[in-house]
Ligand binder design. Structure first.
Ligand code: B12
Length: 425
């Protein structure tokens, strides 16, 4: 049996073509089901990225997808409407909404938002948001939001067949050239990947004729950055950027050999249950099925396999570990002042649970979170807010190593020191 698997794997590798074998399908089918299941316990806003991934999948539950589309058109639409009325930049969320609608072959001309008594379509608003972002880059050398969202905006306009203004795409090309894509102290592979898909779409559209050479140079540089980020275990960047990175390589037409080990790394991570956050699954699942967000462009929404059914699951009995571990939490404010707290928590508690416990133990310790597509984002600690508008955030690290997950996903498996530091980015 083992030799059969080895031979099949070898054949797939040597023929240079990816293979949709049973062994490869198993991790993505279970991720697909988990993503569908995440719709059953809706927390916060319906997630357009989850919708997009479900629609891009080879297997569907069309009734649940259509119910989710209705939720997007109600709750997400209302949320975007109020952000627009309050002049808040929403380019990333709006772009994801548009990609989700496109993936359901929904007529986007029927989706409008009203600002200052003027009603305009979603795509018109997206174009305007991109103009504002571009102007902000002109004056401050940074988008209002970030280059990840700027790329999402270019991508959404492009896959919808809307010609992206040359000045807008040029800003992205320049940012690649200047290596402006950072996530904290390190390079943001997620952003290179999203920019890669956006610029590849612009290239395919053939509209960027003036600076074709610069566009090609930027695409080559993105590919080089992504390939250079490969870790020894095959992940590109980290476990959570690999899905988008592989999507970008697929969009750019890379040969299978360039992403084969990364596909295997994702499958191993999926089997090891690394991807339980719906947002993480939504970025991984298309890549595991060898698809990129560019596939949305040509979706016909016809003859889809309506075969994805959820087996009833036994109610999960959460057993709290008897073993306790000590967590030291150090809070470093913007002035550099540090305060240290200590708390014993059951092993495998989330950092969020530990912070909740700290709050009840120490009168001086407080914190607040803000909802996001990835879950709770730590925004205020001990009354001090790290404002994104001031380009600051509460950076999380454990024994000096930055956390690769947020407060609700990070599990405390052993005694450690967590540092929460008000940091500029
Ligand atoms: C830009 C960005 C940031 C910026 C956001 C501010 C800004 N305006 O630029 C900054 C630098 C502040 C940031 C911080 C962190 N980030 Co970040 N971030 C991203 C990135 C590249 C794009 C997010 C985005 O704009 N999405 C588009 C919009 C439409 O979605 P959104 O949900 O509304 O976006 C908001 C949230 O995503 C939130 N946010 C950003 N990062 C994180 C991380 C977590 C855990 C949460 C809950 C929310 C959150 O800020 C966004 C803008 O307001 C993603 C990459 C990705 N693949 O998604 C990583 C990503 C989401 N970040 C990640 C991580 C790990 C972090 C940190 C925990 C790092 C750390 N060690 O401190 C912190 C968050 C700590 C906290 N206070 O809770 C991981 C999350 C992985 C996971 N499994 O949870 C990602 C996937 C990168 C990666 N591949 O590792 N991030």
């Amino acid at each position: 049996m083992l030799s059969l698997i080895l031979i099949t794997g070898l054949l797939a590798f040597t023929s240079g073509k990816p293979c949709d074998t049973e062994a490869n399908r198993e991790p993505y089918l279970s991720l697909n089901k988990n993503l569908l299941r995440s719709l059953e316990t809706p927390e916060g806003l319906p997630n357009p990225s989850v919708h997009l991934a479900l629609r891009l999948s080879n297997y569907h539950n069309l009734a649940k997808e259509s119910e989710h589309l209705n939720r997007l058109n109600n709750y997400l639409h209302n949320n975007l409407q109020s952000s627009l009325s309050n002049c808040q930049p929403v380019v990333g969320l709006m772009a994801l909404y548009s990609l989700a609608l496109k993936s359901s072959c929904y007529d986007q001309n029927t989706i409008t938002f009203t600002v200052s008594e003027k009603s305009e379509t979603l795509l018109t608003h997206l174009k305007k948001q991109m103009e504002q972002e571009k102007e902000h880059i002109v004056f401050t050398h940074r988008p209002l939001t970030n280059y990840y969202q700027y790329s999402l905006g270019v991508l959404a306009l492009c896959v919808n067949g809307i010609r992206v203004n040359n000045h807008v795409s040029n800003k992205l090309i320049k940012a690649v050239e200047n290596e402006d894509f950072k996530h904290g102290d390190s390079e943001s592979i997620d952003t290179y990947a999203m920019a890669g898909m956006a610029l590849q779409c612009v290239k395919n559209a053939g509209s960027h004729v003036q600076n074709a050479a610069e566009l090609n140079t930027a695409l080559s540089k993105i590919k080089q950055k992504i390939l250079a980020s490969r870790r020894t275990d095959g992940h590109l960047g980290n476990e959570f950027s690999t899905g988008l990175a592989v999507q970008a390589l697929l969009a750019m037409g890379s040969p299978f050999a360039e992403y084969a080990t990364s596909m295997e790394a994702m499958r191993i991570s999926a089997r090891n249950n690394i991807y339980h956050n719906p947002m993480a699954i939504s970025q991984i699942l298309p890549a595991l099925q060898l698809k990129s967000y560019l596939a949305v462009e040509s979706m016909g929404c016809l003859n889809e396999s309506d075969t994805l059914v959820l087996e009833p699951i036994d109610p999960v009995v959460v057993v709290t570990s008897q073993t306790k571990v000590t967590v030291i939490v150090e809070v470093v404010t913007s002035s550099g002042a540090a305060a240290v707290y200590s708390v014993d928590v059951p092993k495998d508690s989330s950092l969020l649970d530990a912070l909740e416990l700290l709050k009840t133990t120490y009168v001086g310790f407080t914190f607040e979170t803000e909802p996001s597509l990835w879950g709770p984002f730590l925004s205020v600690v001990n009354g001090e807010q790290a404002r994104q508008s001031d380009r600051r955030y509460w950076h999380l690290s454990s024994d000096g190593t930055p956390l690769s997950q947020g407060v609700s996903d990070f599990k405390i498996e052993a005694a450690q020191k967590i540092t929460i530091k008000n940091t500029s980015y």
